[in-house]
Design a protein around this ligand. Sequence first.
Ligand code: ADP
Length: 385
Amino acid sequence: MDTEPGVLVIDDELGIRVGCQRALQNQGYRVETAASGEEGLQKLQSDSYDLVLLDVMMPGISGLDVLDRISQLDPSLVCVVITGYATVELAVQAIKRGAYDFITKPFDADTLILTVEQGLEKRQLSKQAQRMAELEAEAEDLARQKKELERLDKIKSTFTLMVAHELRAPVAAIQSYLRLILDGYIPPEKQHEYLAKAERRALAQLELVNDLLDLARLQDPDVKTKTEPLQFDQVLEEIMDSMAGHAAEKDIHVEHAVESGLPAVDMTPQHARQLWTNLISNAVKYTPDGGRVTVSLSEQNGSLVGTVADTGIGIAENEIGLVFEEFYRSKAAKALTRMGTGLGLSIVKRIVETYHGTIRAESKVGQGTCFTFTLPVDRPSAPRQ
Ligand code: ADP
């Protein structure tokens, strides 16, 4: 790589070219010459220079046009124009069009060297200013990235704390039931009852661990699940059948309306089942005995649109934005049942987003809730992982 500054002399007069080259080479510059504007522009495209000495009065392409082309090629390149006697007007025009300085023929070597030195100094300064601006932009970018990493790190720590907290409760309960039995505080006829309680807590913990694993898989970009063309309405039928028993226990009437001839969607079957299961089981869980759950599926504007509505406890206005967050359980939900991980809706939201869809909830306390989700039928690309 050349370390000495590069100067290109563009002049149709051989004497000027040779004279400039000799004087500047003696100063340690790398100097090349061109006898016309066209040749000069070619050289500028194939090699890099720091300064151009340009005669503005040449046959062929005009010096001012060459100047314009130079500033398009490299705006930071310093141009010094060479003007003839009594062509000050041209020099002024050249300066207006971006030339740094001008030098009038005839000139001596000292004037030439001084002008070139000043031009190169200016070039050096503007390069430094540009580098400073780039460094500042890089520093700002790094500061932004650092802030984002700190934010993500905080979310991760909070999540880990919440997981630990949620996992500790059932283990502590199971441990204390077992300790009571082992220490002989529970008479044999009551031991079965305590073991059954311990098993219930173990099952709840298993459910939590399974939900956490599902969520982690959905959030891991390296985990790719296999999709296939699915009749989403058939998956719904299957889930409705599996929910019927539980709904009947609570005397909840579950009905569904499905548009006929719905197109297939490319999806992982397990995701489709989880989506329906979580929404419908929530509707049944949060609806008092004797209530109603209504499910619908249709196609609108190129998307499948699913709704799950119930006549249940509802969600307070200030809590509706929080129910898709991990571990969030509303006050009313906690009061109604201890069963729940607070992860079901996070999983649903993640599944819907994986397939470029959306989900929202509308609710009125004491009257019921309706979840509406969309799933584009023709996605632009594979699932978003
Ligand atoms: P959970 O295991 O608690 O049901 P989810 O993530 O499935 O967790 O739901 C989060 C919270 O959203 C619930 O705890 C409840 O407060 C609220 N929620 C979800 N579905 C309903 C519904 N159909 N009716 C009323 N509240 C609901």
